[in-house]
Write a protein that binds this ligand. Structure first.
Ligand SMILES: [Zn+2]
Length: 237
């Protein structure tokens, strides 16, 4: 026979403390998720920004190649206009000019393609940067609000803890130690009023002997399997 009923209000306080702690944890996790989502978004922007720079460098190279080729082409055309040029040289110059024209065309196409890519990327980056900035501002507000809420919840825990230590004063040391031990090893409830013939914590069915023992008094017994406090609340024949 264990007088465990005094523990019921202590357990109520502990369950309240658990619930407040869970609320704090949830708020922290929610904030952390928001933060990591924004970081992911910012990383993606960094990648796009790196791509943009790469294309800008490439385009500059194309432009400089285009200048070189255009100059060469001008020089060749001047040579071809020269009255003294030999027919065989003229043919060679003409061939070279054709190759250069083709290269100039190709470079011009590439430059236009890159310009289009850059335009799209820039628009995309501007939009995303605005989104990330907006989200960061929002995150700052959420951070402040979360900190305030957590501070308030910690205050609630302190009050509950004070009530708890007052509550423990009237509890027998052996029972209290047993209770604290169970609190450390098990989650949630550890005292149960039962009107069924099985332990609500571990699910084990009670033997006939244990049923009789439990039903024989108003106080509690330890579950023979998992050790939680049990007291009978059902009918007594
Ligand atoms: Zn049990």
């Amino acid at each position: 026979m264990i007088s465990c009923k005094k523990l019921i209000s202590l357990q109520d306080l502990d369950l309240k403390i658990d619930s407040v702690r869970a609320q704090i944890e949830e708020k922290k996790q929610k904030f952390a998720r928001m933060q990591s989502d924004i970081q992911e978004e910012a990383k993606l922007n960094e990648k796009k920004s790196a791509l943009l720079k790469k294309i800008q460098v490439r385009k500059r190279q194309f432009e400089s190649d285009l200048n070189v080729h255009t100059d060469k082409l001008k020089t060749i055309k001047l040579k071809m206009k020269n009255a003294g040029v030999l027919p065989s040289v003229y043919v060679a110059l003409e061939k070279e000019a054709d190759t250069l024209k083709k290269q100039v065309d190709e470079l011009e196409t590439k430059i236009i393609e890159d310009m289009e890519k850059l335009e799209l990327l820039k628009a995309d980056l501007d939009k995303n940067e605005k989104i990330v900035n907006g989200r960061n501002e929002h995150l700052l507000l959420v951070k402040q609000r979360t900190q305030e809420e957590i501070k308030k919840l910690n205050g609630e825990i302190e009050i509950l803890k004070t009530q708890r230590s007052q509550e423990t004063l009237s509890i027998d040391t052996f029972i209290l130690e047993k209770y604290e031990e169970l609190r450390h090893t098990k989650n949630g409830e550890i005292i149960f009023g039962v009107d069924i013939l099985a332990c609500p914590k571990c699910g084990m069915g009670f033997s006939a002997g244990f049923q009789n023992l439990l039903k024989s008094h108003d106080d509690g017994e330890f579950c023979p399997n998992c050790g939680v406090f049990l007291y009978w609340t059902g009918n007594r024949e």
